[in-house]
Write a protein of this length. Structure first.
Length: 598
């Protein structure tokens, strides 16, 4: 299921069903046979009453036995076919659930960062679980149910018309109010079902959000606030559910009354026809049975229509979610980067705003020469991370171009771009799995030896080897079994193994002890050696490995020089930052501009 295929819920559903169209067609055929067998029941009863009762009263039981056998055979066949079709449809439903979940999950992971920044994890989980299950139910139950119940209604109408058009006409007229009521209910329910999907997603979001930051929640004591938020969204869902239940109860109650009414009409008109000799008694009995079947079919049609509405609402939500963001569309005709890569990064008159009208980066021109290590400094909100995200193509510029070795990032295949540019974020995220798994994430085909070489290069090997299970040590969720410094070393080893031409590093803000900082600096030196690098520096001490410092303010470069020269200038944003970092009063900077290397 490509993004293009998901542009409407219907198209998405058709794409999902396509691989199973043969099984579905076969199963639907079986359903048709089941309906035909069920319709045959009242007809056989009619024949039994009209043609078998009298011979039986004369001692000839054979016609009655024949009818009984035919009813038995129809019942047995209905049972077998129902079991077969239910099982088959259940299997298709399971297969579709599996496909949809894998595809949706894969699509979510590939969605641009803009998307993940906008939508909460809880909302995404809701799409992946509740909505996917609802859509799958469409295949598992709803489609076959809709077909069976619609066929049942049409079949009953046809059978009644064949039996006696006059009684049939009166019965059909008596069900018209029920039909109008069904249409009203389905229409009324459509927006409610969509609101229900949103409410379910919000409940999931409110439940998941605090779980992702349990330590923060507990340390700040914000449990009551989260409980209040969760209570509010649950209440909203409850109100919607109550509305649904109220509509359904009124509907089903009215349909029950309409069934009784139609039964009375069929009995009265049918009896008059029997008395006038225009309708056999058996046919009247068949009519009464058909009225029951007709309303049963109507009730099920209404029920499955409601499930269908729910499934469509869920499908719309999934389709909207997948289609909503195209902020970094992949080129249909990507350019293969020339090898070996040089790693030159060039931003030409780049402007960018997260929202329409905003400009977080303004007319930025920047060239990072191959192998150069530059640091970005600037106050909070200055635009450093935004520039980094533009170079990693998490966003495309509003205007201007970002080039890598002369090629516009928009013209590179995503897989090439990701292997050429690695962005190391502050989180240094580790996933559940072993240390080796986590290092190998950047190159799944790397051998154990290559993993060890990468870990050794960045200085992670000693601490890994000292663990009882070494590289096979399970890091648990988000690497909580490891220290912050150890997590960073593993992330560095992962980047080293990927061997990118360009590294962008958003340095962790959390302060580490001096020996750990020293180890990390050494690791960073190794990692960045021979690569172009841009560091969002939060510690001035990091600048001893940089060739150049870019001071960013308001999305612009306001200073660009070597660290030593910038400091020597004395004034300016960089010197101010230096003073802030070292607590020195103005004018006491080291005039030589020397650093305080670790
Ligand atoms: N996803 C986003 N959506 C909307 N605005 C954003 C988004 N991310 C950042 N911004 C805004 O863009 C501006 C620049 O943010 P950016 O994260 O680039 O700053 P920064 O220099 O990296 O700050 P810090 O040092 O605090 O990380 C800020 O005003 C910020 O509020």
């Amino acid at each position: 299921m490509s993004r293009a295929q998901t542009s409407s819920p219907v198209r998405m559903l058709v794409a999902l069903a396509r691989p199973y169209r043969r099984s579905l067609a076969l199963l639907l055929l079986v359903s048709v046979v089941v309906v035909a067998l069920q319709l045959a029941g009242p007809r056989l009863v009619a024949v039994g009453i009209d043609a078998a009762v009298r011979p039986a009263s004369r001692g000839d039981y054979w016609p009655l036995a024949e009818i009984a056998l035919a009813l038995l055979a129809a019942g047995a066949l209905t049972w077998v076919l129902t079991v077969v079709s239910r099982r088959g449809i259940g299997r298709v439903g399971e297969a579709v659930t599996y496909d949809l979940r894998c595809k949706v999950d894969g699509e979510f992971a590939r969605l641009p960062i803009a998307y993940h920044e906008r939508w909460s994890t809880g909302l995404i989980i809701s799409r992946l679980t509740a909505d996917v299950d609802t859509v799958s139910d469409l295949f598992a139950n709803v489609l076959s149910g809709l077909l069976t119940s619609t066929l049942m209604c049409l079949g009953v109408v046809a059978a009644m018309l064949l039996l006696d058009p006059i009684v049939a006409g009166v019965v059909i007229a008596s069900i018209l109010p029920a039909l109008v009521l069904t249409t009203w209910r389905v229409r009324r329910m459509a927006p409610t079902r969509i609101a229900e999907r949103d409410a379910i997603a919000q409940v999931t979001a409110d439940a998941v959000e605090p779980l992702g930051a349990v330590a923060v929640v507990q340390s700040l004591g914000t449990e009551p606030w989260h409980a209040h938020e969760f209570g509010r969204s649950s209440e909203r869902l409850q109100k919607i559910s109550r509305r649904i239940v109220a509509t359904m109860s009124t509907y089903y109650g009215t349909i029950e009354a309409a069934t009784q009414l139609a039964g009375i009409v069929a009995l009265t008109v049918g009896a008059l026809r029997v008395m006038s000799g225009s309708l056999p008694l058996g046919a009247l009995a068949a009519f009464i049975l058909y009225v029951g079947m007709l309303f049963g079919g109507l009730r099920s049609t209404s029920f499955v229509l409601d499930s269908m509405l729910t499934a469509f609402a869920a499908a719309r939500k999934i389709a909207d979610f997948l289609d909503g963001e195209q902020s970094v569309p992949e080129s249909s005709d990507p350019i293969a980067p020339p090898l070996p890569l040089r790693g030159e990064v060039r931003l030409c008159a780049v402007s960018f705003g997260y929202q329409e009208g905003s400009r977080e980066v303004a007319d930025l021109d920047l060239v990072l020469r191959p192998g150069e290590v530059a640091a970005m400094l600037g106050s909070t909100g200055a635009g450093k991370s935004t520039i980094a995200k533009l170079i990693a193509r998490f966003y495309d510029p509003t205007s201007g171009r970002v080039l890598l070795d002369g090629i516009d990032l928009k013209d590179l295949a995503e897989v090439d771009l990701r292997s050429m540019v690695v962005l190391l974020t502050q989180e240094m995220f580790l996933f559940s799995g072993t240390i080796a798994d986590n290092i190998r994430l950047s190159r799944p085909d790397a051998t154990d030896q290559e993993v060890t070489v990468a870990a050794t290069a960045v200085g992670a090997h000693p601490f890994i080897a000292a663990l009882p299970e070494g590289y096979a040590t399970h890091v648990h969720q988000r690497g909580t079994r490891l220290s912050a410094g150890q997590r960073q070393l593993i992330a560095f080893a992962r980047a080293f193994l990927a061997d990118p031409a360009v590294v962008i590093l958003d340095e962790a803000t959390a302060s580490l002890d001096i020996p750990t900082e020293r180890t990390l600096h050494q690791a960073l030196r190794t990692l960045l050696s021979g690569r172009t690098a841009l560091i969002i520096a939060h510690r001035l001490s990091s600048l001893d490995i940089t060739d150049r410092v870019l001071v960013i303010e308001g999305g612009r470069i306001i200073d660009d020089d070597t660290p030593a020269r910038l400091l020597a200038k004395g004034a300016g944003a960089f010197a101010a930052l230096y003073r802030d970092a070292h607590g020195q009063p103005r004018g006491t900077e080291d005039p030589a501009g020397t650093w305080m290397p670790l």
